[in-house]
Design a protein around this ligand. Structure first.
Ligand SMILES: Cc1cc2nc3c(=O)[nH]c(=O)nc-3n(C[C@H](O)[C@H](O)[C@H](O)COP(=O)(O)OP(=O)(O)OC[C@H]3O[C@@H](n4cnc5c(N)ncnc54)[C@H](O)[C@@H]3O)c2cc1C
Length: 506
């Protein structure tokens, strides 16, 4: 199955090969070559007389870049490293202000139990705890045909929760506080990477017509938008789906844009919602995620035209369309009577225990829109390589996935923790942390896990892009199998919780 998923994904991706384009004027060399880039096709000039040197330059101080910094700060072998974090987001320098009285921000992430425990291990959870975060122990997934539904409960896997919904600004603030309070040599550069040279010593630099050799042969050189230059043994691209590091390092990507946008917002109910709900509709899934108090977050996928309409319609009409989509709109509620009196999965034999606790429930009504509505285009993108000498990609810079199962940033956190572990192992044996053979260990660990998750999410997206009778029945059978066969159900829950096992009968 594992091999099958990887193979079919490779075939799938093979159909569309997207060539990386250089964002800058000069041409890029391959992953192992020397590169000099600038916005004007010329060598950038550095301000100041001396250029500082860092062990690691993390380009991108989003959730994933900050989690790498925090993880490095937490480990005895890596906490002495000298780290530069480059991001023009002023909040990284001025602090992230969170007012507990405000309704939740619409940008949230569902984090898995695996991510929660990593946050505890690196010491970031204590900074998150005082702020709003909502655990959920139940999840219901169903589709508009009325043919199938699945209800998951944390107790199916002897856990207390299936996940936790947290505002992105709370996640980022906890990571920022974690590194600010750690005894860790870091410097935040409120700027953007504009160009990068790998093996700069192999190049000569023209100054006033005189050619002078740059001596730092085994370091990468980074040029920032404010004129600052710096050297680093390792450059980590944590700069999101349009990664400049990925472009400048010459990594190719494979992927496509979905003809779908996600509309996100915060909504309010008359009482607290404690379940994560997801209904697959003809144009894409709608998710209602508990946010604590009487708030929930909506992530609603649809075609771009519908997304613009739903963003601009009146609040009253929007609330009506949300309730319609989460209740009987587009099709009937599923009923277990579709299964007949017996259990259709009895043919799996006496050896396979069945589950099926909890009947179908209707989600709580939305009474009010509690935030602005935001629209995000959706895409799948995967870097063919994650590493080369001096460079590693993590998070959305390496892979961007459909948000339908709330896995994107969880995969990115997995990358960050894996990379920090590999760096620690290198330091333990006195290896250069920019060595490609070392960085390949990180790639070998994360690439199969990320590709497997991407393939599953892309498969779901495609299976729900078609409204076709026999396929609808197959999907319904899938839902019932996931609901009624205990080992499969447990396996799906464990995988979605961040355990790396694929959902098989194990
Ligand atoms: C609608 C929606 C819902 C989602 N819901 C979930 C969910 O529930 N759970 C989940 O796990 N994932 C979810 N995701 C995915 C998740 O948001 C992303 O995976 C995550 O934000 C990626 O984090 P990142 O730090 O890798 O990249 P980003 O968040 O994109 O951060 C990149 C950072 O790099 C900086 N940067 C960019 N270019 C440069 C440069 N040249 N120089 C310096 N800095 C630069 C940017 O300023 C930014 O701070 C969702 C995504 C969408 C669109």
């Amino acid at each position: 199955m594992n091999r099958f998923i990887r193979k079919s994904f490779a075939v799938n991706l093979g159909g569309i090969r997207v060539r990386s384009r250089c964002l800058c004027g000069a041409a890029a060399a391959g992953p192992s070559g020397s590169i000099r880039q600038s916005n004007h096709g010329q060598e950038q000039q550095c301000s100041g007389t001396s250029i500082a040197q860092y062990d690691i330059a993390i380009v991108g101080g989003g959730m994933v870049g900050m989690s790498l910094a925090c993880s490095l700060a937490s480990m005895p072998l890596t906490k002495h490293l000298n780290v530069a974090i480059i991001d023009s987001n002023p909040a990284l320098v001025n602090g992230i202000r969170i007012n507990k009285q405000d309704p939740p921000d619409p940008r949230v992430s569902t984090i898995t139990p695996a991510t929660t425990s990593m946050f505890r291990d690196i010491g970031a959870w204590q900074y998150l705890q005082p702020y709003r975060h909502a655990y959920f122990d139940q999840m219901q997934v169903w589709d508009y045909t009325g043919l199938g539904y699945t209800r998951y409960h944390a107790r199916d896997v002897d856990k207390d929760s299936l996940g936790c919904v947290v505002e992105n600004k709370v996640l980022q603030s906890s990571l920022l506080l974690c590194i600010q309070n750690a005894d860790f040599q870091k410097r935040i550069f409120p700027s953007r990477l504009v160009s990068m040279s790998l093996n700069p010593g192999l190049k000569s630099k023209q100054m006033d017509g005189i050619s002078s050799e740059i001596s730092r042969a085994d370091l990468a050189k980074l040029h920032l938008s404010d004129g600052t230059c710096l050297y680093a043994k390792l450059v980590v691209g944590a700069d999101g789906s349009k990664s400049q590091v990925r472009e400048l390092a010459g990594f190719k990507t494979t992927g496509w844009n979905y003809s779908q946008n996600a509309v996100i917002c915060t909504v309010e109910h008359a009482s607290e919602n404690q379940c994560a709900w997801q209904r697959f509709l003809p144009a894409g899934p709608i998710a209602l995620l508990p946010m604590g108090d009487n708030f929930s977050n909506i992530v609603w996928t649809m075609n771009p035209k519908e997304a613009l309409d739903r963003k601009s319609m009146t609040e009253i009409d929007f609330v009506k369309t949300v309730n319609h989509a989460l209740d009987h709109g587009f099709g009937p509620h599923p009923t277990s009577s579709l299964l007949g009196k017996g259990n259709i999965f009895s043919w799996f034999g006496a050896g396979v225990p069945t589950s099926g606790n909890g009947g179908f429930e209707i989600p709580p009504k939305v009474v009010k829109l509690a935030s602005e509505r935001m629209v995000f285009p959706l895409s799948l993108r995967h870097a063919n390589d994650y590493v080369s000498k001096h460079v590693a990609l993590i998070g959305d810079a390496a892979h961007t996935v459909h948000p339908l199962a709330g896995q994107g940033v969880n995969l990115g956190f997995g990358d960050a923790f894996a990379l920090s572990r590999v760096i620690g192992e290198a330091i333990a044996v006195g290896m250069d942390i920019g060595e490609a053979s070392l960085l390949k260990k990180y790639e070998a660990e994360r690439k199969p896990a990320n590709i497997a998750m991407m393939a599953i999410l892309d498969g779901f997206q495609k299976a729900y892009s078609v409204d076709f009778g026999p396929l609808n029945i197959l999907r319904a059978a899938g839902f019932h199998a996931a609901n009624y066969i205990s080992p499969l159900k447990r396996s799906i829950i464990s995988y979605a919780s961040g355990e790396q096992r694929l959902p098989l009968f194990t």
